[in-house]
Ligand binder design. Sequence first.
Ligand SMILES: C[S@@+](CC[C@H](N)C(=O)[O-])C[C@H]1O[C@@H](n2cnc3c(N)ncnc32)[C@H](O)[C@@H]1O
Length: 260
Amino acid sequence: MNSTDNSPELSGIGELPAGRPPQTDFTDGLDYPRLGSVTFRRGTLTDNQEATFAEHWPRLGKVLDDELIDVDSWFGRSGHPTILEIGSGTGTSTAAMAPVEADTNVIAVELYKPGLAKLLGAVVRGNIDNVRMVRGDGIEVLARMIPEKSLDGVRIFFPDPWPKARHHKRRIIQSGPLRLIATRLKPGGVLHVATDHADYAEWIDELVQVEDLLEFRGWPWEDAPLLTDRQVITKFEGKGLDKDHTINEYLWQRTDAPNP
Ligand SMILES: C[S@@+](CC[C@H](N)C(=O)[O-])C[C@H]1O[C@@H](n2cnc3c(N)ncnc32)[C@H](O)[C@@H]1O
């Protein structure tokens, strides 16, 4: 990637470079769905959000690139556990959980800029010190920006259910991403997934044992070594509950076996 393509002058702060983003080639025969370049309707920010973005994104945000994240220098402290959340949406649960786990570094990954802008606003207004954001596809961020065995947790709350059978291959919970997540977790690190979608829950039920590096811990897990209480009912969860859906949550723990 030409680094100048990424410069704020050319593409705007927090903008992804134009064109189809480069995608990591995985050679293990598993599928790794990527959202790629997604255009969202309602993609614009309010003037206030633009101003907040311009002022705070350079310190608190990054756009997907090929540089491993130096967590200690980005958060300005060392020795703290780090959790990556994929698909933080508008960041409702991210912003609610972060103050309860102030000791933990939280990296929220999302493609949807207005969602990131909302979280950024909440972080700035709430003086929340322990949240940083990456704009990009979660699979690419894990593969290109996160060192192996470096994360204490990965969260995926209410991932897009892709309900049509022909779109199931786009679901983020499948063997490829589970393998990738496992390699980025430290031994003992935890993957936490929540869904309100019954069919997606059945799909995940089939996959709970698929990755050898992840030991399924079920739900609830009283002794989980990280915060598992999501604190709030998010927009998507609220919609699910309105329709009388059940929330299914899943916890796995990285084994201490070597990376494959
Ligand atoms: C149904 S929403 C849930 C948002 C939030 N977790 C919540 O509970 O309100 C799913 C979000 O995941 C994001 N997303 C989906 N696939 C992604 C990926 N591969 N990388 C980053 N974000 C992704 C979408 O843009 C969307 O905002």
